[in-house]
Structures are given as structure tokens and as C-alpha cells.
Design a protein around this ligand. Structure first.
Ligand code: 8X3
Length: 252
């Protein structure tokens, strides 16, 4: 990945952060974005010092359409040569029956997981069409089969699958690959965010099962990015050994 430019949303924690480290270790230069600038600046310094790559850290809430447009338009010309876009920013909020759920949570998930991904993709893919590129979306097993109390989250990840499929078709005559990575249970702060800071509840999700780690996903993302130019990995579904679907899990 030497001299490649990789743009990663949601890069201050979890899968996005692990991806940034794996790509930096492999020599890529990075544009890392997050809402949390304090964490992001420390992480940028760590990446530069540890791996000697160039890293641009940008405060960005992908929900903010104007800010996304402005951020990409205002990138220095060199940084506009983005080779790989990793659409990682996403979240689950709440675990409730749809008819009892919180509308603000619904909107937060839809605005981040679908609209934010679309804003970035719409701005960055045109920068790739004259050259070549790769869009890697972080979907979910939740986008393949719904699970109880997760309807809206699952629907947003189903949208990520269909956006990935449609974009792959739209780019059929271009040298641009589209990959949808669909992880099952990954222990990050995903469940802490879902349960709005309730750490006990979040820990309960992963009790009795060995979940995936963010690094497991980063390793797969990097693998998909390193394929020969004629090889496009369209989808990867990856779960812990004791998880079959989002809602079907064996716990000891
Ligand atoms: C997260 C997958 O199974 O934890 O995208 O809902 S799961």
C-alpha cells in the first residue's frame, strides 16, 4: 500500500482505528476522520511516529452534508488522489421493538449509516473515476438477516449492502472496486454506544462468546485492498465461530 492514500471515516476507535493502523503499517498515507478530534490528533501522532507515513486528521461528522462537501472540496490537490475510501463511520442506537423505539435514535442511525456513507461516496468516487480506486464499506451481518429489536439498525446495514451492489454496477466500466465487509459481533465500543454508555449491559452482549476483534476486521479489509488489479472481492461475511447470523448465537 506504499504511497496509496486511504480515507477512513470513524477512525478514532474500533474497526476504523484498527484499519488505519493496519494500512499505516503497510505504508499507506491516511486521511482519518472522526467527530472526536482529541483522540484523533493523538492517534495521528502515534501513526506518524510509529510508521513514518503521512497522516491528515480531520474533524468530521459524516451526518453533516455541507461539512462533508466542503471538507473534500478543500483537500489539498495531493490529498485528493484518494485510492481507497473506507466507509466505516456507523453506529447502532437502542435495542428495542420498532414500535417502542426512539425516533431520534432511528434518525441518528439512518443519517450516519446511510446518508453519511452516501455523502462521502458521492464526493470521493468522482475523484477516483479518471484513475482507479476502491470503495470498502463496513456493512454488517445485520444487513443480511434482521434480528429482533434491531430493525432500524439492520435496515441501515441492508441499505449498505444495496448501495454497495448498485455502486459496483454503476462503476462497471471503471477501474474501481466495491467491497462490502459484513462483520458479525465485534467487541469495540459498538454496544456501549448502542446502550448509551451502559457498560454492564454492553459487556453482557459478549459474555459467553469470543467475539471478533477490530483487528480481525482490519486484517480482512487490508486483504481485500491488496488483491491484484483484476480481482474484486465483492463481499466478505465474517462472524465469531459461535455466531451464525446477527441474532443466532451460541453462548457457553
Ligand atoms: C454488528 C453486528 O451482530 O453485533 O454490526 O449486530 S451484530
Amino acid at each position: 500500500m506504499k504511497n496509496k492514500i486511504v480515507f477512513i471515516s470513524g477512525a478514532s476507535g474500533g474497526i476504523g482505528k484498527a484499519c488505519a493502523e493496519y494500512f499505516a503499517k503497510d505504508g499507506a498515507n491516511l486521511i482519518i476522520c472522526s467527530r472526536n478530534m482529541e483522540k484523533l490528533n493523538d492517534f495521528r501522532d502515534f501513526l506518524i511516529n510509529s510508521y513514518g507515513v503521512n497522516v491528515l486528521a480531520i474533524e468530521l461528522d459524516v451526518k453533516n452534508r455541507e461539512k462533508v462537501v466542503e471538507t473534500i472540496e478543500n483537500l489539498d490537490e495531493n490529498w485528493k488522489n484518494i485510492d481507497i475510501l473506507i466507509n466505516n463511520a456507523g453506529l447502532a442506537k437502542g435495542l428495542e421493538k420498532l414500535y417502542e423505539g426512539n425516533l431520534d435514535d432511528f434518525e441518528d442511525m439512518i443519517d450516519t449509516n446511510i446518508k453519511g456513507l452516501l455523502y462521502l461516496t458521492r464526493q470521493i468516487v468522482p475523484l477516483m473515476v479518471e484513475r482507479k480506486g476502491h470503495v470498502i464499506n463496513i456493512g454488517s451481518t445485520a444487513g443480511i438477516i434482521a434480528y429482533p429489536n434491531g430493525t432500524v439498525y439492520c435496515a441501515t446495514k441492508a441499505a449498505v449492502k444495496f448501495i454497495s451492489d448498485g455502486l459496483r454496477m454503476d462503476l462497471i466500466d471503471k477501474e474501481i472496486k466495491v467491497t462490502n465487509i459484513q462483520p458479525g459481533m465485534v467487541e469495540t465500543d459498538f454496544s456501549v454506544v448502542r446502550f448509551k454508555g451502559d457498560k454492564n449491559k454492553a459487556d453482557g452482549v459478549y459474555k459467553g462468546i469470543e467475539p471478533l476483534r477490530a483487528e480481525d476486521i482490519a486484517d480482512i479489509v487490508l486483504y481485500t485492498a491488496k488483491q491484484p488489479k483484476h480481482v474484486q472481492i465483492c463481499e466478505v461475511t465474517v462472524t465469531p465461530v459461535h455466531q451464525a447470523t446477527g441474532g443466532y448465537v451460541f453462548k457457553n
